[in-house]
Design a protein around this ligand. Structure first.
Ligand code: SAM
Length: 282
């Protein structure tokens, strides 16, 4: 596969385009990332420069090429029960507290819990939460549980909706018991999430950089391992938007290596065992 090198001028224009369409900030020094991710598209279209690709993407009104570029640039790294402690926190603190509070206020016909995974990638995060809920007995026959997963990447959303994972993906974070309980092995050695788990989640494409229209209110928002791609000004805006869709007593969970310190002062951190979560400041 011939390798096409991006010129400094092209990198400047292309990274501005990527920032505009996705909010993902590619600083100088990330030329290799742009080349590794976009070279296969260039080769397929038999283009010899990044300027050609940009011109084609901008003139494609169906935005198919734009979506392909977003899919290629966004890093979808994720795995089941990533970092473990957020799922223990949900199991031992957040879900019990919420059920307790909501069963006093919205129990008719069923107590409702709404959770949003705002950069859900290929579904492992949401399905890990669905498994946690099932193990706690918080199932759709007894509770109105709504799990929403959104992501900017079409391909990631399609993957999550399909719910089929290869042997390497299920080996990351799932033990044998959960694999046997929640997945069916396919003839091609892949594993399909069972319908009782699949039906608890809904997936939709959504760009966090755009206004949050019609998303409703949530008791819990997970926004994990995505802010790293944005400028600090954009991170501030996104946290502001999240604050508008989070219930006053809701919970915000971010990645275990992330912090809100320089990006927003709307939330106060709380500790439970080894985990940190955020709620609105009093
Ligand atoms: C590293 S994954 C994190 C997945 C999961 N939250 C976790 O922690 O395992 C980051 C995800 O953010 C998505 N993403 C990047 N920019 C986005 C944007 N502007 N709006 C929504 N999602 C975005 C990517 O497509 C990718 O799937």
């Amino acid at each position: 596969m011939p390798k096409v090198t991006v010129t400094p001028e092209e990198f400047k224009i292309f990274s501005k385009y990527i920032l505009d369409i996705s909010g993902i900030a590619l600083d100088v020094g990330k030329e290799y990332l742009l080349e590794t991710r976009l070279n296969p598209i260039l080769n397929r279209l038999e283009f010899s420069s990044y300027s050609q690709l940009l011109q084609k993407a901008k003139s494609d009104f169906k935005k198919e090429l734009e979506n392909e570029i977003i899919d290629a640039i966004s890093t979808n790294e994720t795995y089941f029960f990533r970092d473990k402690s957020p799922f223990e926190l949900l199991q031992h603190k957040i879900f019990p507290d919420l059920i307790d509070k909501r069963s006093k206020t919205n129990a008719i016909p069923k107590t409702t819990i709404r959770l949003w995974s705002a950069a859900n990638s290929t579904g492992q995060e949401i399905y890990s939460i669905a498994m946690t809920l099932i193990e706690m007995g918080i199932t759709p026959d007894k509770y109105n549980v709504r799990l929403y997963g959104t992501d900017i990447s079409d391909a990631a959303i399609a993957y999550a909706s399909y719910g089929v994972y290869n042997k390497f993906e299920v080996a990351r974070g799932l033990d044998q018991r959960r694999l046997n309980t929640y997945f069916d092995k396919q003839p091609d050695d892949r594993y399909k999430i069972r319908d009782n788990v699949r039906m608890m989640a809904q997936f939709k494409k959504m760009n966090l950089m755009k206004p949050f229209v019609g998303v409703g209110k949530f008791d819990i928002v997970l926004c994990r391992n995505v802010m790293i791609y944005f400028t600090s000004e954009d991170r501030r805006k996104i946290y502001q938007s999240i604050s508008k869709v989070l219930e006053p007593d809701g919970y915000l969970l971010i990645g275990s290596t992330e912090s809100l310190v320089n990006d927003t002062d709307l939330f106060a951190s709380q500790k439970y065992l080894n985990s940190v979560f955020y709620q609105f400041k009093e």
